[in-house]
Design a protein around this ligand. Structure first.
Ligand code: FAD
Length: 513
């Protein structure tokens, strides 16, 4: 940081630690700029942990002629898989042809474009599936005879946020979770940004040459009540909910189903023993922090899935739900599912005044490209930086992802040989979450007992310590719903014990600081 007297000047202050804020922080820190990022809650606790978790081109967006978005998103699939092969992996999707809905030729055309619009080198192409004989047809009602199978990728969404934040911090950025931005005021060529620590109530002010409003569903609220500026564009809040049920079938292929209302939704094998179903699309007007799956949405998802599967899905099977709010750029479309999923960046840079960049919309899939565009817009207003060249984020592995794109099985075998005492499901989970950074959890352990107390499922004291030390975790919820999905396997008593442990670890860390 440039020092003026005893106060530091950041090049970029970012409000919002979702995928967009953390993606920009990583890119900017690598480029050599001084970055401060704050989030008033846990990193990724907004929309970025409530997605369908797909790195996808968005087959449906072709119907809205969003070719630029689809092409960019398709290209990102293999880029993100390459930089984070632990938390990103390929999936196959079966799209059954439904006689009353989109015509087979239209589906084939869409998938032809999907295969050829850009970037597919490793992912297998589309194939036609005869559902009467193909194993993927066995769970479907017998009226479905023809389907198409295509590729997209899975991503652990909240972990992608954390790994971007971790890498940004490793490259010098200051990452401040549980820190609200309460006001930001221009003073000539600088921003004075007032922050409040949401744990201690302490206030401090930082100075920055530029400000980015990446508050997702809160972007308009932050523009109005924090920055006291007119929101440079309208944001349309669209709720989407998911349900999780016990595993509906044994194979690893996903389904994409069409509904009579024109919507599509996904059925995806999830966390080994479960199936994820979603999403809905409905306009939302409440506080985004309070969004919950409604009984009507749960019913809708169960009914829609049951239209396709031989064995019906009913609300009493639901073991977990989650819901999020898409912060879409309001392009004036009538139906929520038609509103653009593309991102829009608005730069406000009056002469001799510090610039403000506001982020609208976007997808997890395109976060890296969004970050690149954001920095391209801000760069002329920032001092020259001596870091990496633009585009570096597509080549450098995210933390723990420094192994070959198709090297997960090899890493599993090598790590199993080094830690033979780890049960295979535990080792697999740890490698999927932390990749090569598993070593920071294992340390010199030569037995399970040396990892400390097990809090349930296979969560040990060593992992909790790591999450507090390296990933800013402070509560059980941070650990069991965002750093992992172990909440699906833990009792409330176990979660309570984890919460106590996290508070103990947090207090010890504060005392030592
Ligand atoms: C149901 C659903 C399914 C989706 N599925 C997919 C998918 O499969 N693939 C895909 O690519 N995309 C998907 N998306 C889109 C994607 O999830 C979002 O576009 C993305 O997560 C938005 O990230 P963000 O960083 O803009 O917002 P957020 O993740 O919401 O981050 C904004 C952050 O700002 C913080 N904040 C707010 N006010 C303040 C303040 N005053 N001070 C400090 N911090 C503040 C909040 O705490 C929050 O963490 C889906 C979205 C939804 C809702």
């Amino acid at each position: 940081m440039t020092q003026t007297g005893d106060s530091a000047i950041y090049d970029i202050a970012i409000i919002g630690g979702g995928i967009n804020g953390c993606g920009i922080a990583r890119d900017a820190a690598g480029r050599g700029w001084r970055v401060h990022l704050c989030d008033r809650a846990d990193l990724g606790s907004g929309t970025s942990s409530a997605s369908t978790k797909l790195i996808h081109g968005g087959l449906r967006y072709l119907e809205h002629y969003e070719f630029r978005l689809v092409r960019e998103a398709l290209m990102e699939r293999e880029v993100l898989w390459g930089i984070a092969p632990h938390i990103v992996w390929p999936l196959r999707f079966v799209l059954p042809h439904h006689r009353q809905l989109r015509a087979a030729w239209l589906l084939r055309l869409g998938l032809f474009l999907y295969d050829h619009l850009g970037g597919r080198k490793r992912l297998p192409p589309t194939r036609t599936v005869r559902l009467r004989s193909d194993p993927t047809g066995a769970v479907l009602k017998t009226d479905f005879t023809l389907g198409f199978e295509y590729s997209d990728c899975w991503v652990e969404d909240s972990r992608l946020v954390l790994l971007n934040a971790r890498d940004a911090a490793d490259r010098g950025a200051t990452i401040a979770p549980r820190t609200a931005c309460v006001s930001a005021r221009r003073q000539g060529a600088l921003w004075q940004v007032a922050l409040r620590d949401e744990t201690t109530g302490e206030r401090r002010t930082i100075t920055a040459r530029s400000l980015i409003n990446a508050a997702g569903p809160w972007v308009a609220q932050v523009a109005g009540s924090v920055i006291s500026a007119n929101a440079p564009a309208a944001v349309r809040l669209v709720q989407g909910s998911h349900i999780v049920v016990p595993k509906l079938y044994d194979h690893g292929t996903c389904y994409i189903f069409q509904n009579a209302d024109g919507r599509i939704f996904f059925v995806i094998p999830y966390e080994r023993d479960f199936t994820l179903i979603g999403t809905t699309d409905q306009d939302y007007t409440g506080d985004p922090a309070q969004v919950r799956a409604s009984a009507a949405e749960i019913e809708y998802l169960c009914r829609s899935t049951s239209d396709y599967l031989r064995v019906p899905v009913t609300p009493d099977m639901v073991v977990w739900t989650y819901s999020g709010v898409r912060p879409l750029y309001d392009d004036g479309s009538s139906a929520p599912q038609q509103a653009t999923r593309d991102y829009v960046l608005k730069l406000d840079a009056p002469a001799d005044s510090a610039p403000l960049l506001s982020v609208f919309g976007g997808k997890i899939t395109t976060y890296r490209r969004l970050a690149q565009s954001a920095l391209a817009q801000l760069a002329p207003h920032l001092p020259a930086a001596a870091g990496e060249a633009a585009g570096w984020t597509g080549r450098a592995a995210l933390p723990g992802g420094d192994f070959a794109i198709d090297g997960f099985d090899g890493l599993l075998a090598r790590t199993a040989a080094r830690f033979p005492f780890l049960p295979e499901p535990m080792l697999r989970r740890l490698l999927r979450a932390y990749g090569t950074r598993i070593d920071d959890i294992m340390g010199t352990a030569t037995s399970l007992a040396e990892l400390g107390r097990c809090y349930g499922a296979d969560l040990t004291e060593a992992e909790l310590q790591y999450l507090a030390r390296a990933e800013w975790a402070r509560s059980a919820e941070d650990v069991v719903w965002r750093r992992s999905k172990l909440g699906l396997r833990l009792s409330s008593a176990e979660v309570g014990a984890i919460d106590e442990a996290m508070h103990r670890i947090g207090a010890a860390r504060m005392a030592a600081a």
